[in-house]
Write a protein that binds this ligand. Structure first.
Ligand code: ACO
Length: 324
């Protein structure tokens, strides 16, 4: 029996057209462009328009990824959508994407791991593909964070934005993959930290949607150590290193966390893909948004070794190494 690899066939993204700059925010809460840029690197974020839902953003990103892959929607037999801001408590937003694409076979479901959602979704989809049960998967990260922000809380509302990104994976034999594909994934969580970054509502607690709450300093304090640990796990599993990777595509939460993680690992600054300035922290959407940007401008090329990582509420964290 031949072994199977999940190979990336395409990627795409979508940002809602409405832009909220730091200057716009400074007119709403006691903040400034200087403070936000210095502490986070964020200059603007996109905000979904009234009536535009997470599944709408996801659908647009999925269509872009399918077009990039040159693949018809009905070839897809698995959709894994990472989100913490679903359209409804249920059904999963993934089934809305499935219906929007006109797909009536296979299955679709949501994964909820906050900012680590895309790495979790990639790992889950990879397992289904390498098991031989499914052939072609859409892995999507999509969020409407604007709907769960407390717009009077300057410590959180300046950090987040809306958006979506997607990749298409295909199961191929190791011989056909010729070294390409998802090489390794590593997922972690530690629920002892669940109170440091959470939403203060939910169907079974308050019966409301709630707002995002965060102890920013505590998140920052843990982030770099957790990120670098799980990346070292990926290097140990594959024999790859900070020197051998071509691109580091981290979760786009905060420029300082990204820079500190890259520096601790010895990853050269020119290998780091940063898009947080243009869209803020889009949680599960941030990695595929950054991937799509680096593909579109020609940085990531076929055969490149791409390192992904994320850390977020839970805490959850994870890494993946992908030969593009
Ligand atoms: N504008 C102006 N002043 C502000 C703002 C704001 N938007 N927000 C907070 N302040 C003030 C605070 O009130 C405080 O004032 P004080 O000294 O008078 O009390 C001062 O700025 C410093 O506040 P800190 O919270 O200590 O600021 P810090 O330097 O830690 O930066 C930040 C805050 C940016 C949130 C930082 O802690 C951080 O980046 N944390 C990580 C959070 C994160 O990225 N979360 C994303 C989810 S998890 C993930 O994806 C990794």
């Amino acid at each position: 029996m031949s072994l199977i690899r999940s190979v990336v066939r395409g990627c795409g993204s979508y940002l809602p057209p409405d832009v909220l700059t730091n200057e716009d925010l400074a007119r709403q809460v006691d903040t400034s462009d200087d403070w936000i840029v210095q502490r986070t690197g964020i200059r603007q974020r996109h905000v979904a328009s009234a009536g535009e839902m997470t599944s709408d953003l996801a659908l647009a990103a999925a269509r872009a990824a399918l077009a990039d892959a040159g693949m018809a929607a009905d070839e897809i037999d698995l959709i894994v959508l990472a989100t913490s801001t679903p359209d409804n408590t249920f059904p999963a937003s993934a089934v809305s994407v499935q219906a929007g694409l006109g797909i009536t076979r296979g299955f679709a479901f949501d994964v909820q791991a906050v900012c680590s959602g895309f790495v979790y979704a990639l790992a889950v989809a990879d397992k289904f593909l390498v098991s031989g049960q499914h052939k072609k998967a859409l892995v999507i990260g999509a969020e409407t964070m604007s709907r769960i922000l407390d717009w009077t809380d300057r410590t959180t509302c300046v950090l987040f934005g809306d958006g979506a990104g997607a990749v298409v994976l295909e199961a191929v034999t190791e011989a056909d993959a010729a070294g390409r594909g998802v090489l390794t994934t590593h997922l972690r969580s530690d629920g002892r930290h669940k109170g440091k970054l959470f939403v203060d509502g939910g169907p079974s607690s308050t019966g409301t949607v709630g707002h995002l709450r965060m102890e920013g300093r505590e998140v920052f304090r843990h982030a770099v150590g957790m990120i670098t640990d799980v990346i070292r796990d990926a290097f140990a599993a594959t024999g790859e290193s900070a020197e051998s990777i071509d691109w580091f595509v981290p979760h786009q939460a905060n420029r300082r966390i990204i820079d500190a993680s890259a520096q601790k690992l010895g990853i050269a600054p020119e290998k780091v893909v940063v898009t947080v300035d243009g869209h803020g922290n889009t949680s599960a959407a941030s990695i595929p948004l950054a991937l799509a940007a680096a593909r579109a401008d020609g940085r990531i090329k076929r055969g490149d070794l791409v390192l992904l990582e994320a850390m977020g509420g839970g805490f959850t964290w994870g890494s993946a190494l992908v030969r593009w």
